[in-house]
Design a protein around this ligand. Structure first.
Ligand SMILES: Nc1ncnc2c1ncn2[C@@H]1O[C@H](COP(=O)(O)OP(=O)(O)OP(=O)(O)O)[C@@H](O)[C@H]1O
Length: 266
């Protein structure tokens, strides 16, 4: 559980987060979005306990795993030493993370000699080494190649079935795929907190690729091979498909054409 009521915080004399109010009780993935400098990392630092609230009420129940944006390990340390150290302080075994994050070939390397993606994998090993109640992940797939990014997404999705995961990302495709809730920051303020489905209500834009010209049957327009239809919400897709099937039209593909998150960050 995390509760913030009228919380502010920042650095030195500079207030960066203003009047933050929200409550999180349910398990799942909360995607924290916002432009550069909006305050996402600062909120995660507050939630992780790295920054103290200056004003307001802040409560948090449960153990925390925090993945900072940058690796928080001494550059001179070798990966094996880092894992030994982390496993001691976390009282956890690291054999499974070596496997999951494919760290075997990196064990003898110094942290300073790792690529950005390799550093990220070592940072993630700490987060995944031991189960916690709340995961605060600052751009966990940033710098990872597509294979590792997908592994990490799978891991996060599986964790989120029984844990609270707050996740920042600039990848709106990823955010849309895995996020259950969306939190949008703008200039240090939380300006939107809702479910991904709530974002879609109002206008749900789908593209349909089919065997015949759909402009005679549906209202919409063509964008390339896709006939684009605007619907008030996702539950209407089935009705459209049924209508086309009644006309004996073969449907090759139906896909969401607009990412509802894009609108939020304009
Ligand atoms: N250590 C610091 N000292 C002073 N100001 C800081 C510090 N870290 C961040 N800030 C300021 O706080 C504001 C929010 O920064 P923050 O890193 O939280 O943004 P962000 O949303 O995570 O951005 P990005 O998408 O670029 O990672 C920015 O104006 C930034 O300049």
């Amino acid at each position: 559980m995390i509760l913030a009521q009228h919380v502010s915080t920042g650095y030195g004399d500079l207030e960066v987060i203003h009047d933050l109010t929200f409550e999180i009780k349910e398990k799942g993935i909360y995607v924290l979005l916002g432009k550069n400098g909006a305050g996402k990392t600062t909120i995660l630092r507050l939630l992780a306990g790295v920054l103290k609230p200056w004003k307001g009420l802040f409560r948090r129940e449960g153990s925390i795993a925090y993945l900072p944006h940058y690796i928080a390990l001494p550059p001179e340390m070798r990966v094996k030493e880092a894992l030994d150290f982390l496993s001691r302080i976390l009282n956890a075994n690291y054999s499974s993370v070596i496997e999951e994050l494919d760290l075997k070939d990196l064990l003898g390397k110094k942290i300073s000699d790792l690529s950005q993606g390799q550093k990220k994998r070592v940072s993630l090993s700490r987060v995944f080494m031991r189960e916690k109640d709340i995961y605060l992940l600052d751009e966990p797939t940033d710098n990872l190649d597509p294979v590792f990014a997908s592994k990490v997404r799978e891991k996060v999705v599986s964790l989120s079935k029984s844990k609270i995961v707050i996740y920042t990302s600039h990848n709106l495709y990823e955010a849309k795929e895995i996020g259950k809730y969306v939190m949008v920051m703008d200039n240090g303020r939380l300006i939107r907190f809702c479910t991904m489905d709530e974002l879609r209500t109002g206008e749900y834009v789908v593209g349909i690729r089919a065997s015949s010209d759909l402009s005679k049957i549906l209202e919409g327009h063509y964008e390339g091979d896709y006939f684009v239809v605007k619907l008030p919400d996702p539950s209407m897709v089935n009705e459209v498909i049924q209508k086309l099937l009644r006309e004996n039209i073969t449907i090759y593909e139906v896909k969401e054409m607009r990412n509802p998150l894009e609108e939020l960050l304009r």
